[in-house]
Design a protein around this ligand. Structure first.
Ligand code: GLY
Ligand code: MN
Length: 446
């Protein structure tokens, strides 16, 4: 998921003008320095140890703080001496073999912007020295993926996570030191996106929207789901993405109850209604989008009823997101707005909608689709500027082979919100018109 982004244009420009190493990391080194400084400010009494992944792709925590994709790298953020120490292998051939920039070998400090570089073999010696001078060692106790399943919870396994094994060894080897969890501190930082991250998320959003529009234009009865999932992936990759945020989810007919159905194996027939949930990953950042549409390009009365309800709730939510408001407050206000518009909220098209009462708040979005920090969004906490989350409203009508979902990726701004996935035809008339255009462009196809 998190692979190095070597910007060749950046390298070319860098060869013409200082700084010499621009482009080795996805962001300028000053961006990573600012992120590390935010954690450093919160650990004035200790040092934080952050491990990179054993093999590629790099984990998100490590990617966030230094962007270096070299396997088995380690970062120490020293809150006492106010400096950062980075450990990784700088064998040029090894880095070339991994497809990583050789600049990381030639001058690690210049390439990464981290003040102190050490070969990874020196980590234990350096940590022992620091432990002798430090009262607290911070490290993330929790596995960084928000919904990571751990072997710890398997009754036939029970091994500690990598994080907890490190905690155990720290306590054994440095009994005089207090070992503290900094997962929540890191997630708190990661939940507020920086301007540089927002720019990348906007670009990811634009690509995702373009791909969704092409899917809607191309969709017609007789296709297999894999034709549409491949088209989405093709457009994202054509526009510069290395990966998708997650396997494209297509639910249709009897598969609507399976919210993460990604088999792509149904042949679509006249009358099918699709929930198409997907997102690109652009320069390590994900967006999350869902569209719902009839494969034949024309909503039936029932499809129209359930889609309109879902879309009205979604639109009302988007009009209300702003700093300070909670999901539950949004949910209550949306009810009032829809009643004023004359909707009957006792109809099943509304009562079956999930995340209506939470104002559509589901999960943070960023380096992961379900980004660090988990479920704090949906439990009534006020929104904060800089948060990026999925606004998602959906319902399943299993008995009718129907489902519906409207999902956008949203940024909370200082005064309201910005839809990072704007411009998708969401009104029924817009969807039908777009699909008609698609058919007109390919008259030979059914
Ligand atoms: N959009 C897919 C999910 O959030 O699970
Ligand atoms: Mn989602």
């Amino acid at each position: 998921m998190k692979k190095v982004c070597i910007c060749f244009l950046g390298l070319l420009l860098a060869s013409l003008a200082a700084p010499a190493f621009a482009g080795v990391l996805p962001f300028d080194t000053s961006e990573y320095a600012a992120r590390r400084a935010r954690l450093m400010a919160q650990i004035p009494d200790g040092v934080a140890v952050i491990w990179g992944s054993v093999t590629g792709p790099q984990n998100n925590e490590f990617t966030y703080f230094c962007g270096v994709q070299v396997p088995r790298a380690i970062l120490i953020i020293d809150g006492i001496r106010k400096e950062n120490l980075l450990f990784y292998t700088t064998n040029e051939n090894y880095l070339k073999g991994e497809g990583l920039g050789v600049e990381l070998a030639r001058d690690p400090k210049a390439a990464t912007g981290v003040e102190r570089y050490y070969p990874v073999e020196q980590f234990s010696a350096v940590l022992s020295r620091l432990a002798a001078q430090t009262r607290v060692i911070y490290t993330p106790f929790k596995a960084e993926a928000a919904f990571a399943e751990s072997v710890s919870f398997n009754e036939w396994d029970g091994r500690p996570t990598r994080e907890l094994q490190f905690v155990k060894l720290l306590k054994e080897r440095f009994p005089q030191v207090e070992v503290r969890d900094c997962s929540e501190t890191i997630w708190e930082i990661r939940r507020i996106k920086t301007p540089a991250e927002i720019e990348v998320l906007r670009k990811a959003g634009r690509i995702g929207v373009q791909a969704m529009i092409e899917v809607m234009k191309a969709g017609r009865p007789g296709q297999y789901e894999y034709e549409l999932s491949s088209l989405f992936e093709y457009v994202c990759k054509r526009e510069g993405c290395r990966n998708l945020a997650f396997d494209v989810i297509i639910s249709s007919a009897e598969n609507h109850p399976y919210l993460h159905y990604a088999q792509h194996n149904r042949k679509l027939v006249d009358g099918d209604f699709l929930v198409f949930d997907a997102g690109p990953e652009f320069q390590d950042y994900d967006v999350d989008i869902t569209i719902s549409f009839p494969i034949n390009g024309k909503f039936s009365p029932r499809q129209r009823e359930i889609y309109e309800a879902c879309n009205e709730v979604s639109k009302a939510c988007l009009s209300l997101y702003k700093p300070g408001i909670s999901g539950y407050e949004i949910g209550e206000k949306v009810k009032e707005m829809l009643k004023e518009k004359g909707y009957d909220l006792t109809k099943d098209a509304f009562t079956r909608l999930r995340f209506f009462k939470e104002g559509g708040l589901t999960h943070h979005v960023g380096l992961a689709t379900h980004d660090a920090g988990g479920a704090d969004l949906v439990y009534g906490a006020p929104l904060k500027p800089g948060q990026v989350f999925a606004s998602d409203v959906f319902a399943v009508f299993a008995g009718e082979n129907l489902g519906v979902r409207v999902e956008n990726t949203i940024l909370v701004t200082e005064t309201g919100c910005e839809n990072l996935t704007p411009g998708i035809p969401r009104e029924i008339s817009e969807i039908e018109a777009l699909m008609k255009t698609g058919r007109a462009a390919q008259p030979g196809k059914k």
